[in-house]
Design a protein around this ligand. Structure first.
Ligand SMILES: [Zn+2]
Ligand SMILES: [Zn+2]
Length: 394
């Protein structure tokens, strides 16, 4: 699994861009993916049968290092085939689509460039790089930020209590209807009442709680179709299972405000200054349908096999950039390059004019977002800027 490549941008996207630029280029019937042979024949300008860094563009260029398995600086037919194969059995994680958004940019809106100094440099692998990336038909200067998604300002966990008599200090939090609950042993024991469903029983007769204690258990339970044997379990994956994974965030160096909003899929929606992913809402329907819960720790994070430790809630545990006025502090960046700020200011006030994504403008910060309620299962609701993307190398 370690060497499995996770290619996010589809090859279809590549050909879509190509055929826009070169109308005479081979068009694929019914939007089928081009084969690795076709990719090579289209891009191999010196016709040596392999692709150098200069010859590739689009998503393949962005993913060059991942695809180039033997690190010799060339992509061979074999390497492209392998990359395509591993792409096939992964869900798409990127927020980007191949829709051309060049007519959607609204340049009248004030935007602030990303300040890379805010990131905790020890958490960034190899420093923040700059790269021109084509995002939805727009050549965009982006920052490329690679991390292992490990929080440094706070400990990660605990998540599941082990016994129904454990206090809330032994476990994390769960949420329902915008409210946060401490996951004590008592909470676990009373899930049937909490959800008015007597099928809930996460504990054994001796009071011990059924927890996914192994990586195998985590893999079987932390996915939309929870394996039968892990129904009625408290799901807990540990950061060390996936600490070798590298998450790459590609975000516009200066955000581009769009007239229309963009939804995000299952990919990251942004990152905290420690390089940990802000994830889209946890799929609570699937989790609860299997009578499992996957508690967040007190910092709003938990672990899954595709991206490691990530946040679903903002609880004030990570680095903040205080503002000179009374505005809430900045806590990170969305994947479109707009800043994300805390929910409440020093006086406990919340912004009252937020748009559908959870954003608004002011003269100091330009367009920006405010994190949602910790129990709301969404940090921001959509994107108002040209989306970058995240990818995970497992
Ligand atoms: Zn999650
Ligand atoms: Zn604001």
């Amino acid at each position: 699994m370690k060497n499995t490549l996770f290619i996010l941008l589809t090859l279809t996207f590549l050909v879509a861009c190509e055929s826009n630029q070169e109308k005479k280029g081979q068009q694929e019937p019914n939007g089928q993916r081009p084969s690795s042979e076709q990719i090579i024949s289209e891009m191999d300008s010196n016709e040596d049968g392999k692709l150098s860094r200069d010859e590739v563009k689009g998503p393949i260029a962005n993913d060059f290092n991942n695809i180039d398995n033997n690190d010799d600086g060339f992509l061979t037919l074999e390497e492209l085939n392998k990359a395509e194969k591993s792409q096939g059995n992964r869900p798409p994680r990127q927020t980007n689509t191949n829709t051309d958004l060049s007519n959607e940019i609204d340049i009248t809106v004030k935007v602030n460039p990303v300040n890379t100094d805010y990131f905790i440099t020890e958490n960034i692998i190899g420093g923040i790089q700059e790269q021109i990336v084509e995002l939805n038909g727009i050549e965009t200067l982006c920052y490329v930020i690679k991390t292992n998604s490990q929080a440094t300002e706070h400990q990660m966990g605990p998540w599941c209590p082990r016994h129904i008599e454990d206090g809330m200090e032994k476990a994390g939090i769960w949420f329902k209807d915008d409210k946060v609950y401490d996951v004590s042993g008592h909470f676990i024991a009373n899930l049937d009442q909490f959800y008015s469903d007597d099928k809930w029983k996460l504990y054994r007769e001796d009071g011990t709680i059924k927890v996914t204690n192994t990586e195998e258990g985590c893999l079987a339970a932390a996915k939309p179709e929870v394996e039968e044997e892990y129904h009625n379990y408290c799901v807990e994956c540990l950061p060390e299972y996936f600490k070798e994974q590298i998450t790459t965030f590609v975000i516009p160096a200066t955000p581009k405000y769009l007239k229309t909003t963009q939804s995000f899929g299952r990919g990251g929606i942004g990152l905290a200054f420690n390089g940990v992913n802000y994830d889209p809402p946890a799929p609570t329907h699937a989790i609860l349908a299997a009578h499992t819960i996957a508690p967040l720790d007190d910092h709003g994070g938990h672990v899954n096999p595709h991206g490691g430790y990530h946040y679903h809630a903002v609880t004030g545990s990570t680095k903040e950039i205080a503002q000179a006025d009374s505005h809430p502090p900045m806590i990170g960046y969305a994947i479109d390059g707009f800043g994300i700020y805390g929910l409440t200011d020093k006086n406990g006030n919340k912004a009252t004019d937020l748009d559908e994504c959870g954003g608004h403008f002011d003269d100091v910060r330009g367009y920006h977002y405010h994190a949602g309620e910790p129990g709301g299962n969404q940090i921001i609701k959509c994107l108002h800027g040209l989306p970058g993307y995240t990818e995970v190398k497992e």
